[in-house]
Design a protein around this ligand. Structure first.
Ligand code: PGA
Length: 254
């Protein structure tokens, strides 16, 4: 049975002390929440990952992710981080393909495919982000845009790689805008994605892959969105920066 996941993407926010404080506060707030086999992940800015991972006050159920990763083992790639470096600090998960990486750093499907391959070669888990822009939805192209993003970066993988793939559907028009896809819109897209995975692999694999929704998720709307059959939790931006809100969203993941 697939797991639900609530993952917090801290983006380029919080210095070292603030990052430690936030993970400590989250840990305190979620102590009493029994989320069973479901998962909680936080993705601090890379320079603070070690400090957050090693903070003694952390709830041991919290897992850690990088916001990005390079496709090469090492070398002349100024400013980048390798899979090995992440694993060395006990970070075994990375986000890839976030819309801000696609938009501001020109990451395209071909590059993301290389990054995915590097993660797989290193047994790292990937939270793979994708989603349509507003103009795609208005032109009724949202299904084909999402299908090509997934196909181009992921459908070359062997089925045994998929134990390390989590999908995160994030309509770009809903990220940081306060506009959320309705629970019905999210469900419609998630069911489409699961079916796409089924057609390219098999039903078993499709039923086991967690598909997260991202885009202005808050404690007030999380329960309804996560309640949809094919929505397996969320990737949270703004609300992940406030312990109270993040804990509220985790509580909605039952
Ligand atoms: P948001 O961001 O929750 O602030 O909309 C989501 C994301 O970028 O993952």
């Amino acid at each position: 049975m697939r797991k639900k996941i609530v993952a917090g993407n801290w983006k380029m926010n919080l210095n070292r002390a603030e990052s430690i404080q936030l993970v400590t506060e989250i840990s305190k707030k979620i102590k009493e929440i029994d989320f069973g086999k479901n998962r909680v992940v936080v993705a601090p800015v890379s320079v603070n990952l070690t400090s957050v991972v090693e903070n003694k006050a952390n709830d041991s159920r919290i897992e850690y992710a990088s916001q990005n990763m390079h496709f090469a083992d090492s070398g002349a790639y100024t400013g980048e981080i390798s899979a090995n470096m992440l694993k060395d600090i006990n970070v075994g998960i990375t986000l890839l393909g976030h819309s801000e990486r696609r938009e501001y750093f020109n990451e395209d499907d071909a590059l993301l495919k290389q990054k995915v391959d590097q993660a797989m070669a290193n047994e790292m888990e990937v939270i793979f982000c994708f989603g349509e822009k507003l103009e795609d939805r208005q032109a009724d192209n949202h299904f084909s845009v999402v299908a090509s993003q997934i196909t181009n970066a992921l459908f070359h993988l062997d089925s045994n790689n998929w134990k390390n793939i989590v999908l995160a559907y994030e309509p770009v028009w809903a990220i940081g805008t306060g506009m959320t896809a309705s629970p019905e819109q999210a469900q419609e897209m998630h069911a489409f994605i699961r079916n796409l995975v089924k057609e390219n692999y098999n039903n078993d694999l499709a039923q086991n892959v967690s598909i997260l929704y991202g885009g202005s998720v808050k404690p007030t709307n999380a329960k309804e969105i996560f309640g949809k059959e094919d929505v397996d939790g969320g990737l949270i931006g703004g609300a992940a920066l406030k312990a109270e809100m993040f804990a509220g969203i985790i509580e909605a993941m039952q």
